[in-house]
Design a binder for this molecule. Structure first.
Ligand SMILES: *[C@@H]1O[C@H](CO)[C@@H](O)[C@H](O)[C@H]1NC(C)=O
Length: 126
């Protein structure tokens, strides 16, 4: 079978592009960022087994992110249109979609006013 130099060059180029694409896509998986709704709740005994209070910078995450307690104690940096805050994950929010975060009232106040009740947020684990 005969392959022209041009054909071989094209295949090499294609392979190189695929390889580069795999390499440059990797960092996206390392540092996931989430977006969703931020709400607040009355803090108490959390699913991580500790009792916290409304005045602490803590939050509850979706069931999919907290199953098995895998993110208990992790910090997340959250931004809204009017502020930002770093909170610790201490509880599960069963009604939250994956990227939603349910905050202590004190943490929520750093992102908006309690009157708003529900706000748009972006966040990632620190
Ligand atoms: C979330 O991030 C998106 C994309 O960068 C941006 O358009 C949006 O304004 C951000 N929303 C908030 C509430 O920070």
């Amino acid at each position: 079978m005969y392959f022209s130099n041009t054909f071989i060059l094209l295949i090499t180029l294609l392979f190189t592009m695929l390889t580069l694409n795999v390499v440059t896509a990797l960092p996206l998986h390392r540092r996931a960022s989430y977006s969703g709704d931020g709400t607040f709740y009355t803090v108490g005994l959390g699913s991580c087994g500790k009792t916290n209070s409304d005045s602490e910078m803590v939050a509850a995450l979706s069931s999919s992110l907290m199953s098995g307690g895998k993110n208990c104690g992790k910090s997340l940096k959250v931004t809204s249109d009017s502020g930002s805050v770093t909170v610790k994950a201490v509880d599960t929010c069963p009604s939250c979609a994956e990227g939603d975060v349910d905050f202590s009232p004190a943490a929520f106040k750093k992102l908006g006013s309690l009157d708003e009740g529900r706000i748009s947020i972006n966040w990632s684990f620190t």
